[in-house]
Ligand binder design. Structure first.
Ligand code: NAP
Length: 320
């Protein structure tokens, strides 16, 4: 089976490529930049050049393709925003897949997307879900609550670097999942009849609030965090100012997304039936304690090697 992975250089996409190759799939990666994606070629994947914002570049990527896993999303601070990539780009991608007679299209939405019509990325994800369902293509939709990988930049590195950790508004608890586990569900779904034309939530073993994560990082790193709280009203005011200027529209849309977690709503979902459908044991799923423990053990060892604790290099940045 030939699999096309879109967003293959991303946090989730690269895990999907790795696991699909390990499972024996022929993997093609739709990428914008061959140099940046060269590691995927070294792993054994084939690279095809295209851009979601260039609809004409998409159809040639589908030659011989049986299934698509789309793990792309717009990058912050790029000229093309979420409307160009996550809406127009995805519509063009699904149409190209349909024209090519692709047998399965796997899409990553976000848990609870339909409940936030005023948050542009959530609204777009919800609309693409509907567009895909009505496209006539055999689909699978996953709705992750959040990726553990994002917590490194948000909490772990600021704590190690003795920078402020920002907590937005009420900071509702989120059931984060390791992107390696998410990739496992995606790759398994390719051969699973029960995953055809079906939608699944993806929630980690439990939901974690911001302060719980900070306490966990403090314990694992043996350091105190300096926490700054952004009140919801201030967040909304910044969003309104950003929405006033065209060149900061994308920033305004992203700040709107921050309000989802700042609203205090819990992002968690029952997973028992999902584990059963996929034949995955919950004990195989990474817990946040294990994920962060592994990270801090690795990074503190590396910092020790760099003579971090001698104080000589106290001002050095964390190496990764
Ligand atoms: N991160 C989370 O917590 C989370 C939570 C729920 C759902 N999701 C969803 O899960 C999926 C994967 O997220 P992620 O965090 O792994 O994303 P990511 O790390 O930000 O990667 C984004 C990927 O999309 C590609 N891309 C961006 N613009 C493109 C364009 N114009 N044409 C072609 N490719 C383009 C990027 O390629 P380049 O390397 O060339 O930039 C990169 O491979 C997304 O659909 C996201 O919405 C994520």
């Amino acid at each position: 089976m030939v699999l096309l992975v879109v967003g293959a250089t991303g946090t989730l996409g690269r895990q999907i490529v790795r696991q699909a190759l390990d499972e024996g799939y022929d993997v093609k990666c739709l990428v914008r930049n061959f140099q940046k994606a060269s590691f995927l070629r070294e792993w054994g994947a084939q690279l095809v050049k295209a851009d979601l914002t260039g609809p004409n570049s998409l159809p040639p990527c589908f030659e011989d393709v049986d299934a698509v896993i789309d793990a792309a999303t717009s990058r912050p601070a790029e000229k093309e925003g979420i409307y160009d990539v996550d809406w127009h780009g995805k519509v063009a991608l699904i149409q190209a897949a349909k024209d090519a007679g692709v047998k399965r299209f796997i899409f990553f939405s976000i848990y609870g997307a339909g409940e936030y019509p005023n948050v542009p990325l959530m609204e777009i994800k919800s609309c693409i879900e509907k567009f895909l369902e009505e496209s006539g293509i055999n689909y699978t939709i996953f709705r992750p609550c959040g990726f553990m990988q994002g917590l490194i930049g948000q909490y772990a590195i600021p704590i190690l670097e003795r920078q402020s950790v920002w907590v937005m508004g009420e900071a509702g608890a989120i059931a984060y999942m390791n992107s390696q586990d998410i990739a496992k569900f995606a790759v398994k779904s390719l051969k699973l009849p029960a995953a055809e034309n079906a939608t699944f939530p993806l929630a980690g073993t439990r939901a974690w609030g911001a302060y719980e994560i900070i306490r966990l990082c403090e314990r694992l790193s043996d350091q105190r965090a300096s926490v700054s709280q952004m009140p919801p009203a201030l967040l909304r005011a910044i969003r309104k100012i950003a929405a006033f200027f065209q060149w900061t529209w994308d920033l305004a849309d992203r700040l709107a997304f921050t309000e989802v977690s700042a609203s205090g709503n819990v992002m968690d979902a029952p997973m028992d039936s999902v584990y059963e459908t996929f034949g995955i044991d919950q004990r195989e799923i990474t817990t946040l304690e294990d994920y962060l423990q592994e990270y801090f053990t690795r990074i503190l060892k590396k910092l020790k090697e760099l003579d971090f604790e001698s104080g000589k290099s106290a001002k050095k940045k964390v190496p990764f």
